[in-house]
Design a protein around this ligand. Structure first.
Ligand SMILES: Nc1nc2c(c(=O)[nH]1)N[C@H]1C(S)=C(S)[C@@H](COP(=O)(O)OP(=O)(O)OC[C@H]3O[C@@H](n4cnc5c(=O)[nH]c(N)nc54)[C@H](O)[C@@H]3O)O[C@H]1N2
Ligand SMILES: Nc1nc2c(c(=O)[nH]1)N[C@H]1C(S)=C(S)[C@@H](COP(=O)(O)OP(=O)(O)OC[C@H]3O[C@@H](n4cnc5c(=O)[nH]c(N)nc54)[C@H](O)[C@@H]3O)O[C@H]1N2
Ligand code: SF4
Ligand SMILES: [Mo]
Length: 680
């Protein structure tokens, strides 16, 4: 028997970006484990990726190109060869590309976070063609824009430094579910005496294990942050020297914060005024204090302002001065990989190309003449995009030509004209940055492609040939692209550049980031300071100082749809990925709606009843779980199930809206009101 181990990277949209060790016996992957030598992974993977071989060799894995033989959405497909598939696509796309390439839309997100199988050849292809541009907003663009306007980019504390924090505020994150390796670090801090505070409308698994849980009303975080500032300012719990040297706009921020006494915030947030005061006191008096801010706070109308308000806090107290102090939402811009070289935006010269927001794909597909053809890869929009009814009817358009690159027959693939089988992470090369930690992780192929699967890059290379696009950059090999990824000036000119040899040998390397990156300012903003006041936001006609913006949809017992609904991730799924892996689905059970006993009783809903959750956009059937994890007036539908596995073939996005956030044009998944009725 020939047994080897191969170093890889977890490809999923998770801040942990684990380093993997895959055991291969006679060409078959038998085990995927965490790399014990990678400090962040520490030899441990989550349950999902521990079962990676079950997903890779799943009996439903797409092994061949398929063409649709039934109506769109029916899931009826027949196997065809690669030649027929590529010829069909080329013959449909060639006339479009020749006359109106801007009607071709790529739709992709983070099915893989790999820089190579994500946006390299694919992006170059759409750039050369002059296709419509996709505004990739579905996850983090509200918070990303807010961080950029405040700190200058997606930058923050180094994740490992939370081990030194004495107070950790976990704000809008269920870390045990979605950031388990951070949770391990938080536990280490706790063993050294740190207090953990969780701010979350849901009593999550993480909230259960923290010293204090503040069950805030959804979408009200900015009010809480402003009240904390009010306390810091009125008590003089400020680092005046840090503020004077490294911040911009303190007077404006003070004026705003003074409008938010804790009593006012307590009302808005549904919190006890003493808890707000105590938190402000503890935040000011504990050194170092770290805030693990996460994406939960930025999925409602005022999400950008909320992130800006929270991101201002550590500059007021000077928490940034110490390792273990500051705020971390995303570390993306600490990485120094060469995205521009990989994606080559300069190749796009079609001035007629529109920018189409992926979060309102439902509306885009109903805008006459906007989209005639779509190539979907690394994403499952029919399941994950808001207001599914519109997404589904858009994808069902007979005059729309759709190609989907996938591992499985997802809800989206069901609407494709052609489905092309893509390789998984065990079958291709890639290189990964992380949005949680600051390491770069290499993925080496462990096994040969399963069935006739091809890499995303290879599919776009072959499509380019069929379409007669003879640009040499469309034929660059994956191995060459890996080197391109390391060729950024900021890596090459760094004192400790990441080299190919180090990466190949260890499977990972560290981008150089100081333990306390903003101890002496140096924020990547235009002013070099933490911008409480943002000139750039003012220029865009926005409020230059953070404020609280109420949700689009207000939960109110008198309203037609009186309950606020949030739909955060389920522990054993990764967005809509893994829903079809039986062992993981068995752990999640079935689509559930958490509802507080008070709200259940008022509707004669018993635990375990099938319920109809509905609003003007649609209705979703699932099982009620009567639990105090939900607070009164709020229900929780853990996401994101496949529609076709749901009792009435919908999922929670049947209910979410296409309204957008205050910044970043992002969706408001957690700003949504519904009504619930028993189906008994
Ligand atoms: N197991 C698992 N891990 C995942 C994912 C997954 O689907 N499953 N998804 C991945 C992806 S794509 C992302 S973007 C990240 C997300 O990472 P996080 O943003 O950390 O995600 P969640 O665990 O959903 O944490 C969000 C928490 O915010 C809470 N929340 C909802 N609304 C509000 C609010 O208005 N204010 C506050 N304070 N809290 C609120 C929710 O109840 C939830 O507990 O996780 C990644 N990791
Ligand atoms: N209601 C609600 N909706 C949400 C969210 C929520 O919290 N609540 N979260 C939102 C967030 S944060 C995000 S990030 C989005 C995520 O939305 P998506 O990025 O669409 O994520 P997934 O649902 O994981 O779908 C990714 C697909 O890519 C495929 N894939 C993986 N690797 C490869 C590859 O190498 N090649 C190809 N061709 N395909 C591959 C997988 O099989 C999977 O079907 O969902 C959003 N939707
Ligand atoms: S999903 Fe996250 S925790 Fe699980 S293996 Fe991947 S990076 Fe690690
Ligand atoms: Mo996400």
């Amino acid at each position: 028997m020939n047994t080897t181990t191969i170093l890889g990277a977890c490809p999923h949209d998770c801040p942990d970006t684990c380093s993997l060790v895959t055991t291969v016996q006679d060409g078959v992957a038998t085990k995927v484990q965490g790399n014990p030598d990678h400090p962040m992974t520490d030899g441990v993977l989550c349950a999902k990726v521990s079962r990676y071989t079950e997903r890779t060799y799943h009996p439903d894995r797409l092994l061949y190109p398929m063409k649709r033989t039934g109506p769109k959405g029916s899931g009826q497909f027949a196997r065809i060869g690669w030649d027929e598939a590529l010829d069909t696509i080329a013959s449909r796309l060639a006339p479009l590309i020749a006359t109106r390439p801007e009607k071709l839309l790529p739709y992709s997100y983070a099915g893989t976070m790999g820089l190579i199988q994500g946006e390299s050849i694919a992006m170059r292809f759409f750039n050369v063609v002059g296709a419509a541009k996709l505004d990739r907003t579905i996850c983090s663009s509200a918070g990303g824009e807010a961080l950029t306007q405040t700190l200058g980019g997606k930058v923050g504390m180094k994740m490992g430094m939370f081990a030194e924090s004495k107070l950790i505020i976990i704000w809008g994150s269920n870390s045990i579910t979605s950031n388990i390796h951070f949770w391990r670090i938080a536990q280490e801090a706790k063993r050294h005496g740190a207090r953990l505070v969780c701010i979350d409308p849901r009593r999550s698994e993480t909230a259960d294990k923290c010293d204090l849980h503040l069950a805030i009303k959804p979408g009200t975080d900015a009010a809480l942050a402003l009240a904390l500032m009010h306390e810091l300012i009125t008590h003089g719990w400020l680092d005046h020297d840090y503020i004077a040297q490294y911040t911009l706009g303190f007077d404006d921020l003070r004026e705003r914060a003074m409008q938010w006494p804790p009593e006012r915030a307590a009302q808005v947030c549904g919190l006890d005024v003493h808890d707000i005061r105590q938190l402000a006191h503890d935040y000011a008096h504990t050194r170092p204090a770290g805030i693990r801010l996460n994406y939960g706070v930025q999925r409602s109308r005022g999400g950008g302002n909320a992130v800006r308000a929270i991101a201002c806090l550590p500059a007021l107290t000077g928490a940034w001065r110490h390792p273990g102090g500051g705020v971390l939402m995303s570390a993306t811009h600490h990485a120094r990989a060469n995205n521009i070289g990989l994606q080559r935006p300069d190749l796009h010269t079609n001035t007629k190309a529109p920018l189409i927001n992926m979060s309102t794909i439902g509306d885009a597909l109903h805008t006459p003449g906007l989209v005639e053809a779509m190539i979907v890869y690394n994403s499952n929009p029919v399941a994950v995009a808001p207001e599914s009814a519109k997404v589904v009817s858009g994808f069902a358009r007979e005059d729309l030509f759709t190609v989907v690159l996938e591992h499985f027959m997802t809800d989206t693939a069901d609407y494709a004209d052609l489905v092309l089988p893509a390789t998984t992470q065990l079958e291709h090369w890639d290189i990964h940055n992380s949005y949680g930690h600051t390491d770069v992780v290499l993925n080496q192929p462990a096994i040969a492609p399963v069935g006739e699967a091809k890499t995303n890059t290879q599919i776009f290379r072959e499509l380019s040939v069929r379409l007669g696009l003879d640009h040499p950059l469309l034929q660059e090999s994956d191995e060459a692209l890996l080197h391109t990824a390391l060729q950024s000036p900021s890596n090459l000119n760094s004192a400790a550049p990441v080299t190919w040899d180090a990466l190949k040998q260890h499977g990972f390397a560290h981008w150089p980031v100081a333990d306390a990156p903003f101890a002496q300012g140096g924020f990547p903003t235009p002013s070099g300071k933490c911008e409480f006041f943002s000139e750039r936001l003012a220029a865009m006609g926005q409020d230059p100082v953070p404020d609280y913006l109420p949700n689009h949809e207000q939960a109110d017992s008198q309203a037609t749809y009186p309950l606020a609904m949030i739909s955060p991730p389920a522990r054993n799924f990764l967005n809509s990925t893994f829903v079809n892996v039986k062992s993981l689905r068995d752990m999640e059970g079935e689509p559930l709606l958490e509802i507080h006993p008070q709200d259940a009783q008022a509707r004669q809903v018993n635990d375990g009843d099938m319920v109809r959750v509905f609003n003007a956009r649609g209705s979703y059937h699932c099982k009620a779980q009567v639990t105090t994890r939900a607070q009164p007036g709020m229900v929780v539908g853990l996401g994101v199930w496949w529609r076709k596995l749901g009792p009435n073939h919908t999922n929670v996005n049947e209910l979410t809206s296409q309204l957008l956030t205050d910044m970043g044009r992002a969706p408001v998944f957690y700003d949504c009101t519904v009504q619930v009725a028993s189906l008994r």
